[in-house]
Design a protein around this ligand. Structure first.
Ligand code: LIP
Length: 266
């Protein structure tokens, strides 16, 4: 099984890196071809579409017959033996559109709904974040460890907001209650990279409502393999939010989030 995970990880890193190169090299033209999805502030560029198409074509070559779920083209293939690739071609599309250099290509492979390997590659810097189940997490091959913070009032948190104004308003009200209970908050615009930041100890925790599987499938494993405590949206534990935190602060932070109304935001 370990050999299979190594192989799946190698494919995830390879196709994510190839897509990241395409995304970066075509950005100037890609951001001139933009449509919107759930709202006027929810863009999809030609870069998103081309990157997902490339990942799908490469997975068909390298892992023929395995199912793929992607942000732009949806789900295809039954995926024999429960294998499914989960792809966010550009996580942080608004940042990509603006040229704010904090966006990523996220490629995960799941077995019966649980991530077993994943890669998050930054097109602008080329940094490669990756992990395989039970084998640790790395940034450009260097092992990652979550922070050692053990006091919620000193915890630096990442969060994010949805594309619909009424949801953003509720999320902002929740974060306003939270701000007085933690060190500070960062909002970077890419869920996958927020989870990688927890893995690197660049923030002590992350919480966000309303994400899709492709946003968190790879980053959640990277954070967990770096020693973070991770609670996935489908656990229903925190009102459908994803949560990741340094182990020394996770339990107390979870209580603070609940006191601030995390379960009532959606
Ligand atoms: C984004 C997430 C981010 C969230 C944004 C958006 P996209 O994904 O990565 O955390 O706050 O609203 O959902 O749309 O760029 O793939």
């Amino acid at each position: 099984m370990v050999h299979l995970r190594d192989k799946l990880l190698e494919v995830a890193v390879r196709v994510a890196a190839e897509a990241a190169e395409l995304v970066e090299s075509t950005r100037r033209s890609a951001v001139r071809d933009v449509a919107t999805k759930s709202s006027a502030t929810d863009p999809v560029t030609a870069g998103d579409r081309a990157a997902e198409r490339l990942v799908r074509e490469r997975l068909a070559e390298l892992r023929p017959g395995e199912a793929v779920l992607g942000e732009e083209e949806g789900a295809d293939g039954s995926g024999g033996d429960g294998v499914c690739w989960v792809v966010d071609p550009i996580d942080g599309t608004v940042n990509y559109l603006y040229g704010f250099p904090w966006y990523s290509v996220s490629v995960a492979v799941q077995l019966d709904g649980a991530t077993v390997a994943g890669a998050v590659v930054e097109p602008s810097s080329g940094r490669q974040w990756s992990a395989a189940l039970g084998q640790g997490a790395t940034l450009d091959g260097v092992p990652l460890r979550a922070s050692t913070t053990d006091r919620t009032e000193l915890a630096l948190l990442a969060t994010g907001f949805g594309y619909r104004a009424e949801r953003r308003t509720r999320q902002a009200e929740f974060v306003a209650r939270l701000l007085g209970r933690v060190r500070d908050v960062r909002r970077t615009g890419s869920a996958a990279l927020d989870l990688c930041m927890v893995a690197a100890g660049w923030v002590d925790g992350y919480v966000e409502h309303g994400l899709n599987r492709w946003d968190w499938a790879a980053g959640s494993l990277i954070a967990a393999e770096a020693g973070a405590v991770v609670s996935l949206p489908d656990s229903g534990e925190l009102g459908g939010a994803i949560f990741a935190a340094a182990p020394g602060v996770a339990d107390e932070l979870r209580k603070v989030l609940l006191e601030c109304g995390v379960a009532d935001v959606l």
